[in-house]
Design a protein around this ligand. Structure first.
Ligand code: NDP
Length: 246
């Protein structure tokens, strides 16, 4: 379905990003994975994609660093010839009530989740405009739509990603480039693994479909948004949350 295309996925070493990378590889796209520090996991994801017959390479790259992410983006283009699909998935949490939230915790989450997304869009803006094609998928969160006590930094970053998505969609539509967001609900990954049983039960109780989501639930939506089937969709925020935000 995505044969001949190259997908760049930030945070593709684990969790949702890994599932997206595998699903893109399964759809015959070549895959570039960016990761923060977990080289073994990133290499393992690449290996799995190669066994599907697609090409895959990984780069250590802190997306919050403008210069490093610019350099790595150039390397990805040099390696694969072009990028067609950008998935801004890299994200972190530093949860706390504002009373206890340090300035550094607020900034770290904005820097990685929101600025990192801006950096990658900025680096691929020129190449996408030049090739008159490209699709951007930003992994936001229902927290950015609903707000969440204890996640002011994260919800602000994720809400910012939605504004960014809609602005980029309007700015680049005339160039044949689409930009959409996915807003996952609670998805079972390392990020949600540290919830205690009581918090997890309380979260599941709020979800109409009565289960946490799987990384693959997000990956399938990402592949759809990257495909020709979604070529008339831009500026959209697709909730994949089991009904949490109805
Ligand atoms: P994980 O914590 O499981 O994985 C995070 C990924 O992001 C890892 O690949 C990590 O790399 C990478 N990463 C973190 N910081 C950076 C950075 N500065 N530069 C580059 N890569 C980085 O998270 P999830 O899979 O759960 O989440 C993925 C995305 O989905 C995030 O944006 C998250 O906010 C969003 N989301 C998740 C939900 C959930 O319930 N899990 C719900 C809603 C949204 P490394 O392995 O090297 O550390």
């Amino acid at each position: 379905m995505l044969k001949g295309k190259t997908a760049l996925i930030t945070g593709g070493s684990r969790g949702i990003g890994k599932a997206i990378a595998l699903a893109m590889g399964e759809s015959a796209a070549n895959v570039a994975i960016l990761y923060a520090g977990n080289e073994a996991a990133a290499r393992e994801t690449c290996e799995q994609i190669r066994t599907m017959g697609a090409q895959a390479e990984c780069w250590q790259c802190d997306v919050s660093d403008f210069d490093v992410s610019a350099k790595v983006t150039k390397e990805v283009i040099a390696r694969f010839g072009r990028v067609d699909i950008l998935v801004n998935n890299a994200g972190i949490t530093r949860d706390n009530l504002i009373m206890a939230m340090k300035k550094e915790d607020f900034e770290a989450v904005i820097d990685t989740n929101l600025q990192g997304t801006f950096h990658m869009i900025k680096h691929l803006y020129g190449p996408f405009v030049k090739q008159k094609a490209g699709t951007i998928i930003n992994i936001s969160s229902v927290s950015g739509m609903m707000g969440n006590a204890g996640q002011a930094n994260y919800a602000a970053a994720k809400a910012g990603m939605i504004g960014l998505t809609k602005s980029v969609a309007k700015e680049l539509a005339s160039r044949g480039i689409t930009c959409n967001a996915i807003a996952p609900g609670f998805i079972a990954t390392d990020m949600t693994d540290n919830m205690n049983d009581a918090s997890r039960d309380a979260a599941v109780a709020m979800i109409p479909l009565k289960r946490m989501g799987r990384p693959e639930d997000i990956a399938k939506t990402a592949v759809f948004l990257a495909s020709d089937s979604a070529s008339y969709i831009t500026g959209e925020v697709v909730k994949v949350d089991g009904g949490l935000y109805i």
